[in-house]
Design a protein. Sequence first.
Length: 161
Amino acid sequence: MDEAALEALRRNSGLSLSDEGVFSFHGSEVPNPRVQALFHRGLAVRDDGEVTLSIGGKWAYVAVATVARFVSGLAARAGQLEARFLGDVIRAVAPDAFAIGPDDRVYAWFDGDPVPAKLLRPAHHAVLASVDGDGDCVVLGGTRVPLRAVATIPEPRSPHP
């Protein structure tokens, strides 16, 4: 297959990701939770902000509603903050910033990465429960992290607020 045809197939994959982190294929939700997790593990955000899904050596573009990363839980363990990302990926993170969007949802930037993550309900509530008295910082795992408001909903690749 020539490159132009392959690029057209990749761009018209029919894959989309909702603002709650649910994958769909041509408008129908992907019903298998294992496939949902596999897809989340294969997501990448390119420098130009486009989102791709790779499985093995094959890849395609994914249409996203907002961001491409989602955090379902946050926990302080042994002096480190751990985030559980959709796709069952747990990793130690250093939050750089939290932001409340115009949709009243919390977004986070971790480890100097310009790719934001949307915090789903348990993580969202953990952050809001940890806001300091002035309302401009979150205290998690002994670390103070700025909390700001942003005027627009972050995109797959948005700079720290």
